[in-house]
Design a protein around this ligand. Sequence first.
Ligand code: PLP
Length: 358
Amino acid sequence: MSDSNLQQSIKVRDTISRMSFYDPPLENRNPEEHLLMDFNEPPLPPPKEVIDKIAHFLKKRAHAYPVYSDFLEVLSKYTGASQDSLLLTNGSDQAIDVILRCLLESGEEVAMAQPGFAMFKQVAGTIGCQVVGPLFPPDLHFPHEELKDAVNPQTRLIVVVNPNNPTGTSVSQDQIEDLLKTFPDVPVLVDEAYFEFTGQTCVPLLPNYPNLIIIRTFSKALGLPSLRLGYVIARPDFIVHLKKIRGPYDVNLVAVLAAREQLNHPEHWQGVVRHLMDESKPALEKYFDEQQVKYYSGAANFMLVEPHNIVKATTFLKENKILVRPMNQPISHTFRMSLRMMPDMRRFMEVYSRFLNA
Ligand SMILES: Cc1ncc(COP(=O)(O)O)c(C=O)c1O
């Protein structure tokens, strides 16, 4: 379509027309060809039992609308939250979308330490809102006091990503509780996308803090990013409002069945989590220490690496079929890499050594 045709096309809201879309570099990624360390994905496919469940469903039940009640019972046991405190979403991206649309009017602000997970800014932008907040300092510790200072009468939501993507920073329970106490009238959203890697959760705080909202995902440790399943945990009186925004069938039943199988039989994914955190992570850190490569040891299944020359390092890795994620400002001197099983980590170290010795 030519530019002139584009100009004549449908007039959209000014807020949307001014924005660009969130365009993660997914083009030409091929799991058969590349070692994928760029999107914090699980290193292995789900076990056969999960695939069998999906195949059975597709043969028998794909022609009926989804119902979620059985799964909510399982998820309630897993999270320790009552069923009416849970809302399933189409990935936790949709959780971010429904929560922000529920809370924010145009011109209001979200407070979040930066850089944080990009979808918060994207969704806020569609509502005409800004994400503001302090930068992580050079050592990447959580800028707790500075975040509190950023809260003002326009702030309608505080976001804490714990551990933070992309910095890997862990935020303590005390710091989160302090935010909940200091700003009782401002909702505090804690994004626990990487909860299974840390075991640290705010769920026990829910009875004491009605302003707490938690989101999680089945895309990371639970191994199902392509199926799109996330969820919100919050007080039931907030969940009912979110239900007005999320459609009744937005979450597909293939994702739900696969997730139920993962929760009922956690041995496989828990084994992978232990392998990544207890073997891959220490081995990589030891390697970087020995090679005097600067890195930031995060709390989740990824870390930031600071090579002497970011362009040369990421290009060399790519030429050797290893994809990592170069970061944007203010950490554009780093790349983020996901942890994988030890054979893949050994391949990374072998290639990186060749880069260092080139
Ligand atoms: C912190 C954080 N939150 C949310 C998400 C979104 O995950 P999904 O939409 O796949 O559930 C991600 C994905 O990278 C993330 O890192």
